[in-house]
Design a protein around this ligand. Structure first.
Ligand code: PEP
Length: 255
């Protein structure tokens, strides 16, 4: 099986002003010094501070992600930021299909797919988020929802898909303090990997990282990361504090 290097992503959502973005870096980097070679770390600030963060992380191994991107290179799309522009800034990663984008801003499958295609074509590394709502889980729809969200991947070539990371983020666990148990996370991660194997290819499924996100904290990161198909964590609230995110990374790596 191909090696899947652990990946930890901080999604800061619409939080932190520029001074706080810059101040985070040295404190966090010192906290994770001993494990920085064992994993990849990506921080996702609001778009207006991407350049500041790129500058602040320049002499570190920390990478930077945008929280979304437009579905075209340029054009009449007020408020959007194209993947070409992100690349020009020096951004390599982008989070796409986050549950807040899907459910608060009503981004549908077609829009998320267009964003994904545009991001991949410009050479960004997308973190493609999927996850079910509470009522969908309660009514036994979890796998059907995930399958529907993954379906668009079939339209992309395997060569393009090499850039992809998937994040399973149950909507009911995001920002609620109620994380999925490690068994619940593993069950869905295994389902995603099987789907990738059946619909793309087995080497692709084995080499693709699947992250868990939803109320991850320092006291649950190690159990979640111990699961066979959990290759990393996407962290919102608990990533805002550099020491808290540092603990999540270290405990997740069992260090
Ligand atoms: C997220 O925003 O992707 C997330 C998982 O948030 P939280 O960790 O706060 O649940």
């Amino acid at each position: 099986m191909e090696q899947r290097k652990p990946l930890f992503i901080a999604n800061w959502k619409m939080n932190k002003l520029s001074k706080e973005v810059v101040a985070f870096v040295p404190i966090f980097y010192e906290a994770i010094q001993s494990v920085s070679q064992k994993c990849e770390i990506v921080l996702a600030p609001v778009a207006v501070y991407l350049s500041k963060l790129i500058e602040a992380t320049r002499s570190t191994s920390i990478q930077v992600a945008a929280q979304n991107c437009g579905g075209a290179k340029s054009g009449a799309f007020t408020g959007e930021i194209s993947p070409v522009m992100l690349k020009e800034l020096g951004v390599n990663w982008v989070i796409l299909g986050h549950s807040e984008r899907r459910h608060v801003f009503k981004e549908d499958e077609a829009l998320v797919s267009a964003r994904l295609k545009a991001a991949i074509e410009e050479g960004l590394l997308p973190v493609f988020c999927v996850g079910e709502k509470l009522e969908e889980r309660k009514s036994g729809q979890t796998f059907a929802v995930i399958e529907r969200q993954l379906k668009g991947l079939k339209e992309l070539s395997e060569n393009h898909l090499k850039a992809l990371t998937i994040a399973y983020e149950p909507v009911w666990a995001i920002g609620t303090g109620e994380n999925a148990t490690s068994a619940q996370a593993q069950e869905v991660h295994a389902f995603i990997r099987q789907w990738l194997s059946k619909n793309i290819s087995s080497p692709f499924a084995n080499g693709t990282r699947i992250l868990y996100g939803g109320s991850v904290k320092a006291d649950n990161s190690s159990q979640l990361m111990a699961m066979e198909d959990v290759d990393g964590l996407l962290v919102g609230g608990a990533s805002l504090d550099p020491l808290s995110f540092g603990e999540i990374v270290k405990k997740g790596l069992n260090s």
